[in-house]
Design a binder for this molecule. Structure first.
Ligand code: HEC
Length: 191
């Protein structure tokens, strides 16, 4: 074998040995990770309370409070319009950060108006998740008012109807009968 080959062989062997050594030095064995990476913070009881509720289609779980479309519109403009548009309707050729919330004659999107089966979901969803940049920041009165505004903008209630734990579950959504209960065994059948 000539010297050139020997040298090349040695160089490869040294390289491999170095790579292997570096691997064992820098890749910690499993289980070596620290208990905490110092990210985030422990959820307080108050943090948990902002999401720990469950509002049913029949209104079970709705809190006290109330609101109307006129005050809801004011809150909508201040806290929702930036992402959902000035009146919540689809704008042809414009992609807003949030989906349209009000069904329009020309719009093609699914909205809470043509797709959501229960009005009470609006309360649960908005209270839990919106505004997108500050979830959990709305009071119950504000969420009732926003629900009233969005339901009246979709023409399901009049502008003057007060939304509260009694009236919200009574709003019949047009999409209600488009859904069927999943009664398959092992599915979501109600026992
Ligand atoms: C920073 C942007 C932003 C703001 C502000 C905001 N939203 Fe949203 N909203 C979104 C996005 C994004 C989604 C879609 C989230 C998803 O599908 O996971 C959404 C979804 C929704 C939905 C569900 C719509 C559907 O058809 O699924 C409702 C209802 C809603 N928002 C209401 C509100 C209300 C009421 C406010 C004001 C209090 C608000 N949003 C403020 C970004 C925003």
């Amino acid at each position: 074998m000539n010297m050139g080959f020997k040298r090349a062989g040695l160089a490869i062997a040294v390289l491999l040995a170095t790579a292997l050594a570096l691997y064992f030095i820098f890749i910690p064995a499993q289980g070596d990770y620290p208990k905490s990476f110092g990210f985030g913070k422990t959820a307080t009881a108050a943090d948990i309370a902002t999401v720990d509720f469950d509002i049913r289609p029949d209104g079970k779980g709705l809190p006290a409070g109330e609101g109307r479309a006129d005050s809801g519109r004011v809150i909508y403009v201040a806290k929702c319009a930036a992402c959902h548009g000035a009146d919540g309707k689809e704008i042809k050729g414009v992609k807003l950060p949030g989906p349209p919330l009000v069904t329009s004659a020309k719009g093609k999107s699914k909205t809470i108006g043509n797709y959501w089966p229960y009005a009470t979901t609006l309360f649960d969803y908005v209270k839990r998740t919106m505004p997108y940049n500050a979830p959990g920041s709305l009071s119950n009165d504000e969420v009732y008012a926003l629900s009233a505004y969005l339901l009246s903008a979709n023409k399901f209630i009049s502008e003057n109807t007060v939304m509260n734990a009694r009236s919200l579950p009574k709003v019949v959504m047009p999409a209600r009968d488009l859904f069927v209960r999943d009664d398959r065994k092992g599915g979501n059948e109600v026992k």
